[in-house]
Design a binder for this molecule. Structure first.
Ligand code: CA
Length: 108
């Protein structure tokens, strides 16, 4: 078993043209955290934990309330093999708008 800690998410550039973004983190197909309101140049501390074996499918979504057309900013696999690697960083972008970074750590 391993524990995935999503440390924080930074919005560099919003995905929505109007108003703040609302992002959520999905892991293995289920909503893990969110939704959170965030603006450009803002960082939100999450410090969430998720236990998994092998690898976990992490996705970052920007949610468009009521439209049913939420925007997937991207995803990656967190792996048990990353235990001991310390804080890791992933970048996400959606078409021409929406740039995010996420920091996470995999612990035993
Ligand atoms: Ca959107």
């Amino acid at each position: 078993m391993a524990t995935l800690n999503i440390i924080q998410v930074r919005c560099i550039d919003r995905q929505d043209r109007v108003g703040p973004d609302k992002f959520s983190v999905y892991i293995d197909g289920r909503k893990h955290a969110g939704e959170f309101t965030i603006g450009a140049d803002e960082t939100l501390l999450l410090n969430t934990a998720y236990e998994f074996q092998g690898r976990a499918d992490v996705e970052l979504w920007e949610e468009d309330s009521g439209t049913g057309n939420d925007d997937k900013l991207g995803g990656f696999w967190a792996e048990e093999g990353e235990i001991g690697d310390g804080e890791l960083e992933k970048s996400f972008s959606f078409a021409r708008r929406g740039d995010y970074n996420m920091w996470y750590e995999v612990k035993a």
